[in-house]
Design a protein around this ligand. Structure first.
Ligand SMILES: Cc1cc2nc3c(=O)[nH]c(=O)nc-3n(C[C@H](O)[C@H](O)[C@H](O)COP(=O)(O)OP(=O)(O)OC[C@H]3O[C@@H](n4cnc5c(N)ncnc54)[C@H](O)[C@@H]3O)c2cc1C
Length: 508
């Protein structure tokens, strides 16, 4: 029987990210998937800045950026005319080292993650299906069906359900999946198209209650289309072809689709589970939350679930933290998922609402409002923060404490570039670390040394202040780089108490 600490079920982007982060921390895993290979369709296209920031921990960010496509601008069309052009290239230049919207189709993304996992010595076990499992209190036992049809029993300390929107694991643990299903049917298509103008930019067109999003991904005349199918046609998705979907919005862009390489329809739900954790079983990614693809958040949220859980599982398995640390996974990720589903729901409802008033607002008022608002740097930054998930904070978490400057426990460490370098260059390891901007107290360096926690002291610069950091304060960063405690006094005692209160002992 193969020894393992975590059994990961599902090798979509969420399961692969979890496998990478756990393996990197020395945790023994198995990752299984009932399918015979990675997904072959493009599905999720956007890789958000926050995901790329984390990919630095695996030395993966550059590879993804180089393989992806930086969308230069987004154009909004209504009534057959371009109403607004929104520059995206450097929308977040003051916020993140990845200030753009990166398009990297999910099939290529998954293949890259599988490859990296292979480099770490882990192969995804394909055509291997989880049949059943039982949480025995001190471990989980599971029954698998192997590719040759044989069954295998195995045990693991924890089970990670990364098994997608239909998640058999979610059903098995009796978790709810509250929310609803949109009446519209979504379609996605990879096409060869002409007339897209400008050809290298993204376009979204509104027409009555239809909309279509056209995204280039760096190959000549190749585009990804996302839109909705309405009315009776939506009731029989199995018989639909690309020709059957509403063409009005596409025509409104003056675009001709010359060839359809891939076309698929799917129902979109907006749901969040009420149990991200039950005992030794966790739900992550689409298994825990699903929502409209508006804003390109789904896959990124799954990857961030995995990163949030991985360091906590590693700490508990290594005996460095009590089991209760794992409860914070549910608290932190459920709160975020609920907010996200609410926001994407509002956006989607606005984009597809029927009726002449809704149509008037969408095609007349919204474009004018957006074009004026986007001229303001504050609005541009705000929009980038929301979409890129850089605004996400765990400030209500039991792991979050204190405030120094405008940065509080639970916040993402603000990015502060200074003369060709930045404070993110040190966020490449998966481990606790302390940042001081200014001068560190003497007892802080000896405390860090004693605990084996790296202390990084940055000479105080105006950019640190601009980013909201406080001079000489101490910021204890968690292994997922969020601020655990921010102590304005920079005192070792405060950091010591923070770890003690949570039963975290890194010297085990
Ligand atoms: C047609 C389509 C288009 C989409 N377009 C977009 C988009 O434009 N933008 C966007 O953000 N998102 C989009 N999505 C959603 C996006 O693909 C998902 O959010 C993402 O794949 C979620 O990743 P995941 O790893 O959580 O789950 P999945 O990718 O669903 O992976 C789950 C894996 O679990 C495996 N599995 C399930 N049960 C078992 C079992 N019992 N034993 C072993 N393995 C099992 C499955 O084989 C699967 O590989 C789209 C989805 C679809 C289907």
């Amino acid at each position: 029987m193969k020894q393992m600490e975590v059994l990961i079920v599902g090798a979509g982007p969420t399961g692969l990210a979890l496998a990478l982060w756990l393996t990197k921390q020395g945790i023994k895993i198995r990752i299984i998937d009932k399918s015979s290979g990675p997904g072959e369709t493009s599905r999720a296209m956007a890789v958000q800045a926050r995901t790329l920031e984390f990919y630095r921990q695996l030395d993966l960010a550059d590879a993804v950026v180089n393989a992806g496509y930086k969308t230069p601008a987004m154009n909004m069309w209504a009534r057959g005319k371009r109403q607004v052009q929104i520059e995206l290239a450097d929308a977040g230049e003051k916020i993140s080292p990845y200030p753009f919207v990166l398009v990297f189709p999910q099939d290529r993304h998954e293949r890259l993650l599988v490859e990296r996992l292979g480099v770490l010595g882990i192969e995804v076990e394909r055509q291997t299906k989880l049949l059943s499992f039982e949480d025995k209190g001190d471990h989980v036992s599971a029954l698998l069906r192997l590719p040759d049809g044989q069954e295998e029993s195995c045990t693991a300390a924890y089970l990670a359900g990364c098994d997608g929107a239909r998640s058999p694991i979610r059903h098995e643990i009796g978790a709810g999946f509250e929310g609803g299903t949109y009446k519209q049917l979504f379609y996605v298509a990879d096409v060869v198209a002409s007339g897209v103008n400008p050809a290298s930019e993204a376009h979204v067109a509104f027409d009555k209650s239809d909309f279509v999003l056209v995204m280039p991904y760096g190959e000549v005349q190749q585009y990804r289309l996302i839109g909705t199918v309405r009315g009776e046609r939506a009731e029989h998705p199995e018989t639909l072809s690309f020709e059957d979907v509403g063409q009005d919005a596409i025509r409104g862009l003056n675009v001709t689709v010359d060839k359809v390489n891939w076309f698929s329809t799917y129902r979109v739900h907006h749901r969040v589970t009420d149990k991200f954790r039950r005992g030794r079983v966790f739900l992550l990614g689409d298994a825990a939350h699903v929502h409209s693809p508006a804003g390109g958040q789904g896959m990124n949220t799954g990857i961030l679930d995995a990163i949030n859980l991985a360091w906590k599982l590693a700490a508990v398995i290594k005996g460095q933290a009590p089991n209760s640390l794992l409860d914070s996974y549910a608290v932190e990720r459920q709160t975020f998922a609920r907010k996200l589903v609410e926001t994407t729901d509002k956006l989607f409802t606005f984009a597809t609402a029927e009726g002449s008033f809704a149509e008037f607002v969408r095609t007349h008022i919204a474009p004018t409002f957006i074009s004026v608002a986007y001229l303001s740097e504050n609005v541009r930054e705000y929009m980038f923060r929301i979409v890129s998930q850089t605004t996400l904070s765990y400030d209500d978490s039991p792991l979050s404490e204190g405030k120094a400057g405008s940065v509080q426990g639970g916040d993402r460490l603000p990015w502060a570039p200074v003369a060709g370098s930045d404070n993110y260059a040190l966020l490449t390891a998966i481990g606790w670390q302390v940042h001081v901007y200014g001068e560190a107290q003497a007892d802080l360096s000896s405390w860090c040394q004693d605990k084996g926690i790296p202390l990084h002291v940055f000479s105080w610069q105006p950019n640190h202040k601009k980013a909201g950091l406080a001079q000489n304060a101490a910021y204890l960063l968690r292994p997922d780089t969020y601020v655990g405690i921010a102590d304005p006094q920079g005192s070792a005692a405060a950091l010591d108490k923070y770890l003690l209160d949570r039963g975290i002992n890194l010297k085990v």
